[in-house]
Design a protein around this ligand. Structure first.
Ligand code: NAP
Length: 220
C-alpha cells in the first residue's frame, strides 16, 4: 500500500455531532470525556506514527495533539491547509514539543512556507488548488508514517472517506444530544446519497469504556 494505514478516531455525541455548535471548539464537549476515554484516545495517539487534523480544527480548537494521559511517544502532527492559513502561534507550531508537518497546496505563497519552516515545521506540497490527499499520503508514507490517526474535523474526514482512504473508524460516544442543523457531524461534504454509493464498514469491536461506549469499525 503506498499510503499509511488510516484510522479515524473521533468523539461523537448520541446524535453524531463533533462539537456543541458551528465554530465552537470541541474541547468544550471533550470535557465530558472521563479519564478512561482519554486514556483510550491517547493510547491510540501513542501507537500511531502520525496524527492529522484539518486546518479548521487548528483554527478553532488550537489542539496540541500530543500524548498526555498515558506514557508514550508523540506522533508527528500533520496539518493539511490548502490556503496556508494557520496562525503562527498555533500550538501545533510549537515544534519543541513534537514534530509537525504542514501540508500545503501549490498556491500557498513562498513567504508563508518560509514562516512555517522558521517555526521548525516540515512543509510538504501536495495538490494545486486544494490538498491532494492521495499525493500527500504517499509522501507521508515515504517519510516513515506507517500508521496515521485522523482526528477530524468533518471536512477532512469526508474527503478521506470519499476517496476510499480510510481503513478503520473508532468512535467514542458521549452520552449527550446536542442538536442543531449546522453543527458539524463526523463527516460533511456532499454526501453519497444512494445506498449503492455509501461507504460500508463492518463492526470490529463494541465495548463500554468508563461512561462512554466505544465502537470500532473496519472498512468492508
Ligand atoms: N469531536 C471531535 O473528535 C473533533 C475532532 C476534530 C475537530 N472537531 C470539530 O470539527 C470542527 C472543524 O471541522 P471542519 O470540517 O470545519 O474543518 P476541518 O476538517 O478540521 O478542516 C478543514 C480544512 O482542512 C483543509 N483542507 C485542505 N485540503 C482539504 C481538502 N482536500 N478537503 C477538505 N479540507 C481540506 C482546509 O484548510 P484551509 O481552509 O486552510 O485551506 C479546510 O478548511 C470544529 O468545530 C472542531 O471543534 C471535533
Amino acid at each position: 500500500m503506498d499510503r499509511p494505514y488510516i484510522l479515524i478516531v473521533s468523539e461523537v455525541t448520541i446524535d453524531g455531532k463533533l462539537t456543541l455548535a458551528k465554530g465552537v471548539s470541541s474541547k468544550e464537549i471533550m470535557k465530558l470525556m472521563d479519564e478512561e476515554a482519554n486514556k483510550y484516545l491517547h493510547r491510540i495517539r501513542a501507537e500511531c506514527d502520525g496524527i492529522m487534523v484539518g486546518a479548521n480544527t487548528v483554527r478553532i480548537d488550537n489542539p496540541n495533539l500530543t500524548v498526555r494521559y498515558v506514557e508514550g511517544k508523540n506522533p508527528i502532527r500533520v496539518i493539511p491547509t490548502s490556503s496556508g492559513n494557520i496562525p503562527l502561534d498555533a500550538n501545533v507550531l510549537n515544534t519543541n514539543v513534537a514534530p509537525t508537518v504542514i501540508a500545503v497546496s501549490e498556491r500557498v505563497p513562498a513567504d508563508r512556507i518560509k514562516a512555517f519552516k522558521k517555526k521548525g515545521a516540515e512543509v510538504v506540497v501536495a495538490g494545486k488548488e486544494r490538498i491532494d490527499f492521495v499525493e500527500l499520503l504517499k509522501k507521508l508514507k515515504s517519510m516513515g508514517i506507517e500508521k496515521l490517526m485522523v482526528e477530524g474535523g468533518s471536512s477532512v474526514n469526508w474527503e478521506l472517506i470519499r476517496n476510499d482512504l480510510v481503513d478503520e473508524i473508532r468512535l467514542i460516544h458521549l452520552p449527550v444530544v446536542v442538536g442543531g442543523d449546522d453543527v458539524p457531524s463526523l463527516t460533511s461534504g456532499e454526501g453519497f446519497k444512494t445506498l449503492d454509493a455509501v461507504k460500508r464498514f463492518r463492526i470490529k469491536r463494541v465495548f463500554q469504556c468508563g461512561n462512554q461506549v466505544i465502537t470500532e469499525y473496519l472498512r468492508s
